[in-house]
Write a protein that binds this ligand. Structure first.
Ligand SMILES: CC(C)(COP(=O)(O)OP(=O)(O)OC[C@H]1O[C@@H](n2cnc3c(N)ncnc32)[C@H](O)[C@@H]1OP(=O)(O)O)[C@@H](O)C(=O)NCCC(=O)NCCSC(=O)C[C@](C)(O)C(=O)O
Length: 282
C-alpha cells in the first residue's frame, strides 16, 4: 500500500504557474471540426466555450513522459505517488468571451491537496484554480479537481450497488458516438499523451479498464454545448463532477433535465451509471 506524505505534498499549495498561447483560427477550426461544429473560425469572433482547455498545454519532451504518457510528476502539480490520474471535475464561471486571435493566458494556483478514502481505495484530491484572460481581460475562472488513485480495477465489485445503478433518461437526450477517432482527435487538440485515451491494450492490461477512457474535459465540453443548444446561450456558470468512467466500448448519451432556473445534465453509456454530472445556471 502506497503511503501519502501529505505534509510534503501540501507544500505544493500556493504554487503558481502562468502559461499563454495565441488562439489562432487554425486551432479554432480544428476544435470546430472535432465537435462537428459548422461555424467558420474567424479572427475577432467569440471562440467556442471551453476551447481554453486545449490551449497552452504542458509541453514535455517525449523521453521524459511517465509510463502512462503523462509528463512526470513534481513540477507545478505535487508528486502524488498514486499512479492513476483522473479528471474529477471542474466549476467554470464565464465573465467575457475568449476571442479568436487573442492571446489567452492561464494563471493557475494549487489551492488544496487532501487525502480521501474511496471505494476504489486511497485517493488524493488536488484542487487547482485557474484564471483565464483573453488579451488581458478576465474571461473564465475555473476550479478544477484532479484525483489520483491506486492501481487496480476502476470499479471494485464491492462498489457495485450504488455505482452500477443505471442512469435515468433525461427529458432532453443526444447520442454521441464514443469513437476512438473522436477520442484521438481530442487528445491531439489538447496535446494530451495520456495513454488511457488512445492505447487500448495499455488501457486494458495496465490500468484495468474495459476500453479507451473518454476524457473528462471532452464530456464536459459536449455537455456544455448541449446546454447552450437547449437554452440558446451560454450559462453564467457550470460545474461538473466525474462519478464513473465512460469507455469507447459503447456509445453514450448527453442528458438534461430542467431544474429550477437551470439545467441538470449528465452523461451515461447505454444501461450504465451516471458518468459525469453537471449543473448549469444562467
Ligand atoms: C474518481 C473516482 C475513482 C472516485 O471513486 P471512489 O468510488 O473511489 O470514491 P468515492 O467513494 O465515491 O468518494 C470518496 C471521496 O472522494 C470524493 N470524490 C469522489 N469523486 C470525486 C470527484 N469526482 N470530485 C471531487 N471529489 C470526489 C468524495 O466526495 C469522497 O469524499 P469524502 O470522503 O470527503 O466524502 C470515481 O468517481 C471515478 O472513476 N470518476 C470518473 C473519473 C473520470 O472518468 N474522469 C475522466 C477520465 S480521466 C481524464 O480525462 C484525465 C485526463 C484528461 O487525461 C487528464 O487530466 O490527464
Amino acid at each position: 500500500m502506497i503511503a501519502l506524505d501529505l505534509v510534503h505534498l501540501r507544500q505544493w499549495i500556493g504554487r503558481e504557474e502562468t502559461r499563454a498561447e495565441r488562439l489562432t483560427t487554425a486551432i479554432a477550426a480544428r476544435f470546430n471540426a472535432t465537435f462537428d461544429r459548422t461555424e467558420t473560425a474567424t479572427e475577432g469572433e467569440p471562440a467556442p466555450d471551453l476551447i481554453h482547455l486545449c490551449l497552452a498545454p504542458d509541453i514535455a519532451p517525449t523521453s521524459t513522459l511517465g509510463p502512462d504518457g503523462h509528463p512526470a510528476r513534481g513540477g507545478f502539480l505535487p508528486p502524488v505517488p498514486l499512479p492513476r490520474r483522473m479528471w474529477a471535475g471542474s466549476h467554470f464561471r464565464f465573465h467575457e468571451d475568449i476571442r479568436i486571435g487573442h492571446m489567452v493566458t492561464r494563471r493557475s494556483v494549487v489551492r488544496d491537496v487532501t487525502a480521501k478514502q474511496g471505494r476504489s481505495g486511497p485517493l488524493c484530491l488536488v484542487t487547482v484554480e485557474h484564471r483565464i484572460d483573453s488579451d488581458g481581460a478576465l474571461a473564465v475562472t475555473e476550479r478544477q479537481d484532479i484525483i489520483y488513485r491506486a492501481a487496480g480495477p476502476a470499479a471494485p465489485p464491492s462498489a457495485a450497488p450504488p455505482a452500477a445503478e443505471a442512469a435515468p433518461e433525461g427529458r432532453y437526450r443526444r447520442a454521441i458516438d464514443a469513437s476512438p477517432t473522436l477520442l484521438f482527435r481530442y487528445s491531439a487538440l489538447t496535446f494530451n499523451g495520456h495513454r488511457i485515451h488512445y492505447d487500448a491494450p495499455y488501457a486494458r492490461a495496465e490500468e484495468g479498464y474495459p476500453g479507451l477512457v473518454v476524457h473528462g474535459p471532452l464530456q464536459a465540453t459536449l455537455l456544455l454545448q448541449f446546454a447552450e443548444a437547449l437554452r440558446g446561450k451560454r450559462p453564467a456558470q457550470i460545474g461538473f463532477r466525474g462519478l464513473s468512467p465512460l469507455f469507447d466500448t459503447a456509445g453514450f448519451t448527453l442528458n438534461a433535465q430542467d431544474e429550477g432556473d437551470g439545467l441538470r445534465l449528465w452523461t451515461a453509456a447505454e444501461g450504465g451509471p451516471v458518468a459525469m454530472e453537471a449543473r448549469a445556471e444562467w
